[in-house]
Design a protein around this ligand. Structure first.
Ligand SMILES: *Cc1c(COP(=O)(O)O)cnc(C)c1O
Length: 215
C-alpha cells in the first residue's frame, strides 16, 4: 500500500474515534528522502524525527521545497545538541529535565528563534525510560514557563510496552487537564485507537504509514 492510502485509513480512524479532531504526525525516522517526498506530495505536512543528526541530513532540502512543512523532535535531546535542535525543528516534544529547559532557553535566545515545547512524561515510571516523572511535571512546567519564559504547550508520553496502554493514556490525559495543557501527544501505530479514545490531540505514527522499519 502506498503512503496516501495508509494515511486515509488512519484519518478515517481519527474521524471515527476523535471526531476528526486529532492531528496525525508522521514519524519519519529511518525513512529516506524519496519516500518523504511521496508523503509531501500526498499532502502530508507534519512530521517527527527522533535524531537531530538524521533530521539535519534529510529535512533542510525538503523544507526549501515545502516551506510550510512542520517538523517535531520526539527523541531524547542531549544538551549539546539543543542549539541544532532549535535551529532545525518547529517544536521539541522531549523537554524532561530542568537543565534542558535552561539550555533550550539559552539556545532560543542565541538564535533569536522561539519554538514551543512539550514535556515528555514517563507515565509508567519506568527506570530505563526518559521523561519527567508525573509528580515532577508541575515543577518543570513552572520552571520552564516562569523562570525561562518557555512556551510549553502540552505533554507527550509513551506507555510501557506489553501492558494495556489505556490506564497510562488516561493518566496522562488527566495530567494535561490538571495543568490546562491543550496538546496531548500519545498513541503510536500499535495503540493509537485507545490513545484517541483517551483524548489524544495528536498521534505519532511511523510504521502504519511508512511500513515496517529495518530492524
Ligand atoms: C518511533 C516512534 C513513534 C512511531 O512508532 P510506530 O510504532 O512506528 O508508529 C512514535 N513516537 C516515538 C517517540 C517514536 O520513537
Amino acid at each position: 500500500m502506498r503512503f496516501a492510502e495508509r494515511r486515509e485509513a488512519i484519518l478515517d480512524r481519527i474521524a471515527l474515534h476523535a471526531h476528526g479532531k486529532a492531528e496525525l504526525i508522521a514519524v519519519s525516522k529511518m525513512v529516506e528522502a524519496k519516500r518523504l517526498l511521496e508523503a509531501l506530495q500526498a499532502g502530508h505536512h507534519v512530521f517527527a524525527e527522533n535524531y537531530v543528526q538524521e533530521a539535519k541530513a534529510k529535512w533542510p532540502a525538503l523544507r526549501a521545497r515545502y516551506p510550510d512543512l512542520r517538523l517535531h523532535l520526539i527523541g531524547h535531546l542531549q544538551s549539546n545538541k539543543a542549539e541544532d535542535a532549535v535551529a532545525l525543528f518547529d517544536r521539541i516534544d522531549t523537554l524532561d529535565r530542568p537543565k534542558l529547559a535552561a539550555t533550550l532557553a539559552g539556545a532560543m535566545r542565541k538564535l533569536n528563534k522561539t519554538i514551543p515545547l512539550l514535556i515528555e512524561v514517563n507515565i509508567g515510571r519506568e527506570p530505563q525510560k526518559h521523561g519527567c516523572m508525573p509528580e515532577d511535571v508541575a515543577a518543570l512546567l513552572q520552571l520552564a514557563r516562569g523562570d525561562y519564559g518557555l512556551k510549553v504547550e502540552g505533554l507527550m508520553c509513551i506507555p510501557p510496552a506489553a501492558q494495556d496502554p489505556k490506564p497510562f493514556f488516561t493518566a496522562c490525559a488527566a495530567l494535561a487537564r490538571q495543568h490546562q495543557l491543550a496538546t496531548l501527544s500519545m498513541g503510536m501505530s500499535a495503540d493509537y485507537v485507545p490513545a484517541l479514545q483517551a483524548g489524544a490531540s495528536e498521534i505519532r505514527i511511523g510504521s502504519a504509514l511508512f511500513g515496517a522499519r529495518p530492524a
